[in-house]
Design a protein around this ligand. Structure first.
Ligand code: HEM
Length: 414
């Protein structure tokens, strides 16, 4: 009898806790009303990360991190022998590719609306950290099938660390765990891919969300909203007049609508166009005696790869390899620096900042050119187009402080 009463109290407690949580969500978390569907990209990223996590766990049950077994465990066991193994592999590969597309959209929405300034710098920095760790996660995952591209991409990328002065050569050996890319390299990248990096990603997602709590999300007009005052209006029944809506269930219903629509498109890709996420050359087992004629990374790294290849000549005493490496380093920190390079303190969307709007369009066009040429062999005209596009990329970031200062001066004239 005592036990049953205890159970009843626990049951009631749980129900009350859920009720309390719903009440907190409905009364304490508010979101600006004037945000469009582009503000659902963060929720889409959480969805895609969850899909990657679940499909990854299923793949982990059959994958073998050993240079003699890895290729077959993916291409025969998972793809042909395990029931629906092919489905989980396609889901994992497609979501890995699409998460970068959504991450780029999310970043460019932030740049367009100036969501990285005036107290939102930490959101931006934690976001960029997520981008870096996701890049390492994608690169380490690409090695696991131990196909030709896995092997040679690992060779090229680990070699880049050799360009660091003094410690470069030892660093390459330390990263590879051997003098060349070998079994030790595969097992340590396996550890990074399935344990360390996912844990770090989850930690940084928490930091990203926590840094969103204080300044709140931005809105389409960059308007400073008094959340307490607007929330009071909403609670007093002036729903139309209030500039905010409760996070739950009003704001989340829009997120759910975008996620559901996106999932239709996502599964269309998984079932009918999965091949875009799997490089054909990686269906040949790794062979350290046979270099593929042309080595390139996945599409989402092509722009920074092309910035590196764009500088194919020595500059004075600095060799072409080192010049390329410096340019590559710059490409990787450029986006992180945006909040500090943008000297216009006011938060306005790009269409209300005349020069910044041109800068924004030029940057996107340049990134598309870099991505396109990053996949082509760097010979003849391609090499020169690559050089111009890489120089424009660097110039755009160097000019950003001047452009934004000018826009700040002409503020209010449009
Ligand atoms: C897996 C990675 C990521 C996840 C799960 C994530 C999640 C979110 C979520 C849920 C939001 C709030 C809703 C929204 O505005 O979409 C948000 C906002 C934001 N995120 Fe991310 N994000 C990720 C990566 C990034 C990256 C790579 C950047 C770029 C540096 C970034 C920068 C921002 C900014 C600036 C905001 C504030 C937007 C605003 O105030 O309007 N995030 N993120």
């Amino acid at each position: 009898m005592v036990k049953e009463t205890d159970n009843l109290i626990d049951w009631l407690d749980e129900r009350l806790a859920v009720k309390k949580l719903v009440k907190v969500l409905m009364t304490e978390y508010w979101v600006p009303k004037n945000v469009n569907f582009l503000w659902a990209m963060g929720a889409l990223l959480v969805t895609l990360f969850s899909v990657l996590f679940i499909s990854g766990i299923v793949l982990l049950m059959y994958y073998k991190p050993d240079v003699n077994l890895a290729f077959d465990s993916v291409n025969y066991t998972i793809m042909h022998e395990v029931a629906y193994g092919w489905l989980f592999r396609n889901v994992h590969a497609v979501s890995a590719s699409v998460i970068f597309l959504i991450m780029y959209i999310h970043m460019f929405v932030g740049i367009y609306y100036g969501s990285y300034k005036s107290g939102r710098e930490m959101i931006w920095i934690s976001g960029m950290l997520l981008f870096f760790i996701f890049s390492a996660e994608a690169f380490s995952g690409y090695m696991l099938p131990w196909g030709q591209m896995s092997y040679w991409a690992a060779q090229v990328i680990t070699n880049l660390f050799g360009g660091i002065p003094i410690i470069g050569d030892s660093l390459v050996v330390w990263i590879r765990g051997n003098f060349f890319v070998a079994d030790a390299t595969l097992t340590r990248f396996f550890m990074l891919h399935v344990v360390l990096l996912p844990v770090v990603i989850m930690g940084i997602i928490v930091l990203h969300f926590y840094s969103l709590r204080v300044p709140h999300v931005n809105n389409q007009d960059g308007e400073e909203v008094d959340f307490d005052k607007e929330a009071e209006k909403y609670m007093a029944g002036k729903v139309k007049e209030a500039k905010v809506v409760p996070f739950w269930p009003v704001f989340l219903s829009k997120d759910f609508a975008v996620i559901s629509t996106f999932l239709v498109f996502f599964f269309y890709l998984v079932f009918f166009h999965y091949s875009f996420a799997l490089d054909p050359i990686n269906f040949d087992p790794a062979d350290n005696m046979k270099t593929p004629p042309h080595i390139y990374p996945e599409w989402y790294f092509l722009w920074s790869y092309e910035v590196m290849r764009g500088f194919f000549f020595d500059i004075g005493p600095i060799s072409a390899f080192d010049v390329g490496l410096i340019a590559f380093g710059f490409a990787n920190v450029a986006f992180l620096l945006i909040p500090f390079l943008d000297k216009d303190k006011s938060i306005r969307p790009a269409h209300k900042r005349p020069l910044f709007k041109i800068w924004y369009i030029l940057l996107i066009v340049d990134l598309v050119i870099l991505t396109t040429y990053g996949k082509l062999p760097p010979t003849g005209t391609n090499a020169y187009i690559g050089f111009v596009a890489a120089s424009v990329f660097i110039l755009l970031f160097v000019m950003l402080p001047t452009i934004t200062r000018r826009d700040a001066k002409t503020k209010g004239e449009e």
